[in-house]
Unconditional design. Structure first.
Length: 257
């Protein structure tokens, strides 16, 4: 289990236990004021506002996480297309320069796959990124030299922009892995979830017996919702993953005969 995955599990477990505790605190406070009906006047408005805010926060954080998840999948397809296009345009270079550059492309795709298939060992990621960038530079330099030597205008006009797109998308993908909401958003979500639990416990104080089904169910559903949001934010480390889309890069690599 990675650090991020462990953090998500611990965060959700603490949230679940905290919500149960807040239910109990709210219930006891409600029992103390059960006979003071006048003191409860207007509390429904406050409770409604807090629950509405909780719903909005969950909706927006889930929507943002899902959008970023889809964006990361589209970036994998975009990189596969960029690499495939650049590889095909190697045909525009002189025949004697093509074998070496094609071999560099194969090694480059292997390095790109290695980066994202081994994020469970984050200490190795910088070295893999550096290796990938090294291959990018080598591909670019050799392609520029071969295009200039060929005297073929099409080689420079078609191949070099394709290589540029192939290189640029790597920065976009790296930035996408770091694109997450500020931690204060999750702290606020947890705080409002705890406040909502206390309010719910306060309202349930009038019942003669605790309803563990409703209490635990409310806490469990909210905790699972938060876990799914966190899982979407780190789609290489949890249960919800983008790994299935890596087959587009694998298909490009397999087509490089």
């Amino acid at each position: 289990m990675t650090t991020n995955e462990l953090f998500a599990v611990v965060f959700v477990l603490i949230l679940f236990c905290g919500m149960l505790a807040c239910f109990e605190v709210g219930r006891r406070l409600g029992q103390r004021t059960a006979s003071e009906q006048a003191g409860k006047a207007g509390l429904g408005v406050v409770e409604g506002a807090i629950f509405a805010l909780l719903g909005l926060l969950i909706a927006f954080t889930f929507s943002g996480a899902a959008t970023r998840f889809e964006g990361r999948r589209h970036l994998i397809v975009e990189e596969a297309n960029d690499i495939g296009t650049a590889y095909l345009r190697i045909d525009l270079l002189p025949a004697d320069a093509q074998p070496e550059i094609r071999d560099l492309f194969r090694r480059y795709v292997d390095s790109r796959l290695a980066i994202y298939q081994n994020l469970t060992t984050p200490e190795l990621t910088p070295a893999r990124l550096a290796k990938s960038q090294e291959l990018q530079t080598e591909i670019w330099n050799k392609s520029v030299a071969a295009a200039a030597r060929s005297g073929n205008t099409a080689a420079s006009m078609l191949l070099l922009p394709a290589l540029n797109s192939m290189i640029d998308i790597t920065t976009v993908r790296t930035a996408a892995t770091e694109d997450h909401p500020p931690p204060i958003i999750f702290a606020m979500l947890a705080l409002i979830a705890l406040a909502s639990s206390m309010m719910a416990g306060f309202e349930m104080a009038g019942a003669s017996r605790r309803s563990w089904l409703h209490t635990a169910g409310f806490a469990l559903i909210l905790s699972i919702s938060v876990y799914v949001i966190l899982d979407l934010e780190f789609p290489r480390l949890g249960l919800i993953r983008v790994d299935a889309f890596d087959h587009y890069l694998v298909d490009v690599r397999n087509s490089m005969k």
